[in-house]
Design a binder for this molecule. Structure first.
Ligand SMILES: Cc1cc2nc3c(=O)[nH]c(=O)nc-3n(C[C@H](O)[C@H](O)[C@H](O)COP(=O)(O)OP(=O)(O)OC[C@H]3O[C@@H](n4cnc5c(N)ncnc54)[C@H](O)[C@@H]3O)c2cc1C
Length: 358
């Protein structure tokens, strides 16, 4: 059996680990943050992400996910642009997804406060991973799932992720039981017809909503964290009362300004027995809603390949198989995200061509 070390305890890292530990394979996860710092806000899990979760033995219905069955896009002025059913989508808070992936996990699976420092190499193979806290761990295989600003990716020389995305996103979640009940299972997106500004509201169950505000950073200067409240107040002025109410009820200190990254997938996804996964391999723009879904798909494929591996010498070839299978789909997601971002900042004449997803 291959002994695996996973670096990064986000959705991708925990999903790979789940695929392994529940089949009795040895795996440990090393996460930079303390457990209590891992919350985040939430996402829309789409059919591919939900299928991946089921493959990992998680039941999305049992994990407090909230089905989203329709999407409505309206203009700030109230004109309805799109109103259509959405099949197989579930909204979920990030911490609920992480808890779902950890359900039933062995004690000591995740080692928090373990920030990656470097790999120790010997003859083209990583023998151990060293952490900023002075500890190190030996393993046969290393999964680098340390997110969009991956230090592992840098250390492997697979390309830096430095190009900022033009469209930024502010995201938060709030408790608004009345409005959540009114939205029911509908994802509502409100757009500024001038382009470059939109707000999405997604009910996540239990009277809560995730909201996100997308803005063109060439049209609106990116605020400092301390300016977030005033920035939001200014931008949502032309929006309908429902949007102003939800965003106005949010403590700006709890909203997260997402500095998106607009980069192609890593030039190569593995080196020897170390492989990149999730955002570390392929950061995505927010529009396709594929960040978390693609990360879960990566995890399923990687854990399947590791389960079938009998000899650490096979790892480089297996990781090539993984990259060959996943790269084309991810290139498609990157292109789709870039096209949606272009349409967002400069809306096409026909509104119905606008991107549907957040
Ligand atoms: C705290 C947090 C909150 C987020 N909230 C949202 C959200 O509300 N909505 C949304 O759409 N997306 C959110 N994201 C991004 C989203 O989770 C990812 O885009 C997607 O799930 C892909 O998952 P991933 O596991 O590849 O990356 P991530 O979810 O980013 O996970 C990467 C993990 O690696 C850890 N890590 C980073 N550097 C190191 C290091 N040097 N050593 C060890 N560990 C390291 C991070 O702490 C993190 O836990 C959030 C990410 C984080 C880290």
């Amino acid at each position: 059996m291959i002994d695996t070390a996973v670096i990064g305890g986000g959705a991708c890292g925990l999903a790979v680990a789940r695929g392994l530990w529940q089949r009795g394979h040895p795996v440990r996860v090393y996460e930079r943050a303390m457990a209590s710092h891992l919350n985040g806000h939430g996402f829309l899990l789409l059919a591919n992400g939900l299928a991946a979760l089921r493959r990992l033995g998680c039941d999305p219905e049992d994990s407090r996910g909230h089905p989203i069955t329709s999407v409505r896009m309206v203009c700030c002025t109230g004109e309805v642009l799109v109103d259509q059913p959405l099949k197989g989508a579930v909204a979920m808070l990030r911490h609920q997804l992480l808890e779902t992936l950890l359900r039933g996990a062995p004690d000591q699976l995740v080692h928090y406060n373990h920030g990656f420092e470097r790999f120790v190499w010997h003859r083209e193979r990583a023998r151990a991973v060293c952490f900023q806290n002075g500890r190190s761990h030996r393993a046969d295989a290393f999964i680098a799932a340390d997110g969009v600003r991956s230090s592992c990716r840098l250390s492997l020389g697979c390309g830096a992720m430095t190009t900022p995305g033009r469209v930024k996103e502010i995201v938060a979640h709030v408790r608004q039981p009345l409005l959540a009940a009114e939205l029911g299972h509908r994802f509502l997106k409100v757009l500024d017809p001038a382009g470059g500004l939109a707000v999405g509201l997604v009910p996540v169950g239990d009277g809560r909503l995730i909201w996100f505000l997308q803005f063109d950073s060439q049209r609106f200067a990116v605020p400092q964290p301390c300016e977030l409240g005033a920035f939001l107040e200014e931008l949502i002025r032309p929006f309908p009362a429902v949007v102003r109410h939800v965003l106005g009820a949010t403590d700006p200190a709890r909203a997260h300004l997402w500095h998106t990254v607009d980069e192609a997938p890593a030039t190569r996804w593995s080196k020897g027995n170390v492989v990149l996964a999730g955002d570390a391999a392929h950061p995505l723009l927010p529009f396709t809603s594929q960040g978390v879904n693609a990360a879960l798909e990566d995890a399923v494929l990687l854990s399947d390949l590791l389960l079938g591996c009998r000899d650490p010498g096979e790892l480089p070839e297996l990781f090539d198989v993984y990259e060959r299978q996943r790269r084309p789909a991810l290139l498609g997601c990157v292109d789709a995200g870039r096209q949606m971002a272009r349409d967002f900042v400069q809306p096409p004449a026909r509104r119905l061509q606008l991107p549907l997803m957040a």
